[in-house]
Design a protein around this ligand. Structure first.
Ligand code: SF4
Length: 441
């Protein structure tokens, strides 16, 4: 039996694309394995969001030189955002002559034909396309690997060109899938027993903008999906604050299935920095959207991404971020130090912040967020929550892990028979953002 190993880097979009690549390989008769030495094909699904990710990937590819020398039949393939970047495919060919196949972000559905071409011609296959017919991706088989959760792409690409981000250059412009195709996929997943469906897009709130029909909107998509019968939760990522509408919040407030959790990346609390980032909202606009959501859905939890030390960020700008974080009260924050990304507008900005200042600001933000996250978790103590059990605890024997309808993580005593069930859990304690409890009834 031939074996495959996929190494996935980066975001949920890549995790799901690796599920599709695994689907193709399994249809071709390959079985998964864990070790480089056992594999007949090793596929790197790469990320380009930070240069540190890129260096890590290069190091991992370099490690395969010896293995390839010992096994000439091994196929090494590279796809994803890194290979799609301008000039990178040529660089990879030069740096790693033992790599057999390079494809980009737009032609992963062609993996099988590339493998066959390599096997038949023994020649390197390098093919990076700029566009694609997205229905090809709908037709790709999927080997789902995220337990009770299933990812569903609703759109690809991004039109926003935030000045720090490489995604629009490597993923192309926004292309939405038709509502009918998404609904059919979600219905099938619910029927197959998946308990959480996560809709994926770089900017889900601009879903449908590329359709002439003005009824194809993210709000209408959510409304349609919420009507599907069955026992499941629905959530989505990632939202852009400039595009999320009050209508979307109203639909969540009146829905059966849509979780009371919103990841709304703010990036900075300073209008000057938001402008330099080309985010096209102000801190005030952002806060008004959060306030609306809090009014309509009082138990809604929020999370966000913040970039610390973007070029030109002064102490006063950073103070704006601190104040915004205090006002919102995020359940969780994903905080990053700004680092230059080759090919972006911000890379050329001449007012870069020094590393020591960036680190010091990040430390202050982490301390603040730890206090806020701890307080938010504490307010759950004494309450009974509906917890969807996702798995057994990876380290604590006799415990399971799950999430509340507001996406808080909960640990409590239980066994694998509970996986996929929603149970009442009385919350008895918390540690940082994690809740602990006992099952009721
Ligand atoms: S919205 Fe901005 S940060 Fe998000 S993918 Fe698009 S360009 Fe990148």
């Amino acid at each position: 039996m031939k074996k495959y190993l996929i190494k996935t880097y980066g975001c949920q979009m890549n995790v799901h694309e690796s599920e599709k690549l695994a689907g193709i390989l399994e249809n071709m008769g390959y079985q998964p394995c864990d070790k480089n030495e056992d594999a007949d094909i090793i596929l790197f699904n790469t990320c380009a969001i930070r240069e540190s990710a890129e260096q890590k990937i290069f190091a991992h590819i370099g490690e395969l030189k010896k293995i390839k020398a010992a096994n000439r039949n091994l196929i090494i393939a590279i796809c994803g955002c890194m290979s799609q970047q301008d000039g990178y495919a040529q660089n990879i060919v030069k740096k790693f002559p033992f790599v057999d196949i390079i494809l980009g972000t737009h032609n992963i559905s062609e993996l099988q034909s590339f493998i066959e071409k390599r096997q038949n011609t023994k020649k390197k296959v390098v093919d990076i396309k700029e566009t694609e017919d997205i229905s090809n991706r709908d037709l790709m088989p999927k080997k789902r690997t995220s337990g009770i959760n299933a990812w569903v792409n609703i759109m690809y690409g991004c039109n926003n060109f935030c000045t720090y981000c490489i995604v629009p250059y490597v993923r192309g412009r926004e292309v939405s899938r038709p509502i009918i195709a998404i609904k059919q996929e979600v219905e099938e997943l619910v029927e197959q027993g998946y308990k959480q469906i996560t809709l994926l897009g770089q900017n889900v709130n601009s879903y449908g903008n590329d359709f002439a029909d003005s009824d194809v909107t993210f709000a209408n998509l959510l409304k349609e999906l919420d009507q599907i019968d069955g026992d499941f939760r629905l959530t989505f990522m990632t939202s852009h604050p400039k595009d999320i509408s009050n209508e979307v919040i109203d639909i969540i407030a009146n829905s059966k299935h849509i979780m009371h959790y919103l990841h709304l990346p703010v990036q900075s609390g300073s209008d000057k920095i938001l402008k330099a980032m080309n985010r096209r909202y102000t801190a005030k606009n952002y806060l008004s959207k959060i306030d609306y959501a809090k009014k309509k859905i009082p138990d809604m939890e929020f999370s966000s991404d913040i970039i610390v030390g973007f070029p030109g960020e002064t102490e006063e700008d950073f103070e704006g971020t601190i104040q915004l974080v205090q006002k919102v009260g995020y359940e969780q924050l994903f905080m990053f130090i700004y680092s230059k990304r080759r090919g972006t507008v911000a890379e050329k900005m001449d007012n870069q912040v020094d590393l020591a200042t960036k680190k010091e600001r990040l430390k202050r933000l982490i301390e603040l967020q730890n206090q806020i996250g701890t307080k938010i978790a504490e307010k759950y103590i004494g309450k009974t929550e509906k917890v969807l059990v996702s798995d057994v605890h990876p380290k604590k024997k006799g415990f399971v892990i799950g999430t509340t309808f507001t996406n808080k993580n909960v640990n409590f005593p239980g066994d694998k028979t509970l996986i996929g069930k929603v149970v009442d859990v009385k919350i008895t304690a918390s540690k940082l953002t994690v809740l602990f409890g006992e099952m009721e009834g």
